[in-house]
Write a protein that binds this ligand. Sequence first.
Ligand SMILES: Cc1ncc(COP(=O)(O)O)c(C=O)c1O
Length: 413
Amino acid sequence: MWSDLVCGIAEGSCLEGLRLVTGVRMRSGKPRLSAHFRSKVMKVPFLDLQAHHASRRGELADAINQVVDAAAFAGGPFVSGFEADFAGYCETRHAVGVGSGTDALWLALLALGIGPGDEVITVPMTFIATAEAISRTGARPVFVDIEDLTYTMDPAGLERAVTPRTKAIIPVHLFGQMADMEPILEFARARGIAVVEDAAQAHGARYHDQRAGSLGTAGCFSFYPGKNLGAFGEAGAVVTQDAEIAERIRVLRDHGQVRKYDHAALGWNCRMDGIQAAVLKVKLRHLEHSNEQRWKHAAHYARALAGIPHLVLPFADPQRSHAYHIYAIRVSDRNTFMQHLESRGIGCNIHYPIPVHLQKAYVSLGHRCGSFPVAERCAAEFVSLPMYPELTSRQIDAVVEAVAEALSPPVHP
Ligand SMILES: Cc1ncc(COP(=O)(O)O)c(C=O)c1O
């Protein structure tokens, strides 16, 4: 399966180019097992939501029961209660709960009046929803490459991408690290362009002490179950300091309805469920602690993986507090590497194997291999290791041991 995924991006010269750039090759052939390792194989799932919920089951069940008792299932008081708490957490005046992170992005762009004929700048290294939301407004996504260190939008690329049709910039806080917001905001302010933060992976992250979502015109969050703050299904939110934008999104998420059966605009059904809001309100109380656990695990990984050759570790800018939604390392011969980890019972994943500009869905934009070389190189090298608050030290050690095994140079007799 992995080889299929990798081939998607590696077709043609992309992967060969990558090898020349890095000059790194892994040993090939069957992975060796140290006697020590063979004696104690520990399975480490990529994500363990059961463990995440185990200690909160009672609280969560109580919250769901309250929604059932009140029969407040679509929107309603549980949603407004969560919105108030989440706005407080994000240090914004408003939060509007919606059906998903994709809804959040789409509605934020609609509320800004973006539509056909407009252009919105974003990055090709993201989940496709970022670009999809732009396309669904009728506007055209325009890409700039990412920084090689942080994997977030390279502000140096904006000048080349901007045109008189540019209406917004969507920096993506990839893996939980915020984009370099200062130059992006400055660039946008000087041209009267809105900035919509894609904070789907960055609940609780900070940039110079400011929370993800609070710096741009609007910030969009996903509460997909595996996120740092995850619902028991689909949910999302837009946060903003701007009362007018918040109100427009409230109307748009509910069929453009301003009073019962009085529809002032064409909207859609993008309301948040009461049950999701109740679950999120409980889980929000634990988010800071969960993120602290993620920082500890990232520090453990960084210490233990530091000496291993042929490995690029995540770079955490000290000015940006990383939320470590995903702990992505980079290796050159990813197929062999991932097969090795999987054979040791270590769950791993790829975020994302095909950058958005090379997706079949975006052939019409006319990009090709080489259009955004940093994103393409990362797409060919990224491997996400297990990262969640409930990871134990022993599990991290098992992951590190498997990584070291996979990348250790062959022993010559
Ligand atoms: C960067 C990014 N943007 C947008 C989304 C879309 O969020 P959702 O799946 O809640 O629609 C995601 C979800 O994974 C994401 O990671």
